[in-house]
Ligand binder design. Structure first.
Ligand code: GDP
Ligand code: MG
Length: 275
């Protein structure tokens, strides 16, 4: 594939690509304000205005907006803390569908969604009594031209990196995406690898074990998802929200949230819940 660079991080052992588990609090303070729109992303739509937290909140160690009082999101929902999550991966792996499934609980089949693309959607989750707003950005088709703006990565607190289990090339490209992420994302970005479309059992060409092995090699949590059936979709975003919330609000005596363990415990196999 044309975008494939020599994978610098390959074979580098756990955590070389993103090292979410070994990230030190404070490393991300060089990052941009969490709710400012990425330069390259299509900023159209009412939601593209920066959220109140950017102005009212104080910045935490990892750059999260931490307003002293709850802020009001553009959708009219109050939240305590806000983060940016970005979806990355080859065109056609299901990024837009994953976002729509998470936000609206629906699956949009057909070709129109892949051509239209959306900019971002907000969703407020309740994490242990704290209202966590995730501002989830879609690449709006930029990935088709291998030209995802580098600012897009820089603003991200978390990245969901997707491949399609029915498309070997999308899996083979994961290393190239990881190289890109390693180069341009914040050092302490929360990263998760998702193998999407597991409802398509007949067409599957990438085994779950292959995804697990790659994820282990790079030290990133992994799960298989289906935007169509909804399998593990909420879990992927909830796990990210929990990790980000714990990082930004951890009390001195509180034990660290262990994202890997949480994912392992909560993840459902593709045999379950198929539509
Ligand atoms: N079977 C199945 N198809 C999916 C799934 N997610 C997305 N698709 C389909 O894959 C195509 C590309 O999805 P899209 O979300 O546009 O991919 P994107 O380019 O990564 O944003 C569309 O035709 C979707 O209907 C899934 O979980 N299962
Ligand atoms: Mg899309």
């Amino acid at each position: 594939m044309s975008r494939k660079k020599s994978p610098k991080t390959k074979g580098g052992g756990a955590g070389t690509a993103s090292a979410p588990s070994s990230a030190l609090p404070g490393q991300g303070s060089r990052g941009a304000a969490p709710t400012a729109a990425p330069k390259g992303a299509a900023g159209a739509g009412a939601g593209a205005r920066s959220a109140p937290a950017a102005a009212a909140g104080s910045s935490t160690a990892n750059g999260a907006a931490l307003p002293s009082r709850p802020s009001l999101s553009s959708s009219g929902e109050f939240y305590d803390v806000a983060f940016k999550v970005m979806l990355v991966g080859d065109s056609g792996v299901g990024k837009t569908c994953l976002l729509v499934r998470f936000k609206d609980g629906a699956f949009l089949a057909g070709s129109f969604i892949s051509t239209v693309g959306i900019d971002f959607r907000n969703k407020v989750l309740n994490v242990d009594g704290v209202k966590v707003k995730l501002q989830i950005w879609d690449t709006a088709g930029q990935e088709r031209f291998r030209s995802v703006t580098h600012a897009y990565y820089r603003d991200a607190h978390a990245l969901l990196l997707l491949y399609d289990v029915t498309n070997r090339a999308s899996f083979d490209n994961i290393q190239a995406w990881l190289t890109e992420i390693h180069e341009y994302a914040k050092q302490d970005v929360v990263l998760m690898l998702l193998g999407n479309k597991v409802d398509s059992t007949q067409e599957r060409v990438v085994k779950r074990e292959d995804g697990e092995k790659l994820a282990k090699e790079y030290g990133v949590p992994f799960m298989e998802t289906s935007a169509k059936s909804g399998l593990n979709v909420d879990l992927a975003f909830t796990a990210i929200a929990k990790e980000l919330k714990h990082r930004s609000m951890k009390l001195p005596n509180e034990p660290r949230f262990k994202l890997h363990d949480y994912v392992k415990k909560e993840v459902k196999g593709a045999g379950c819940c198929r539509s």
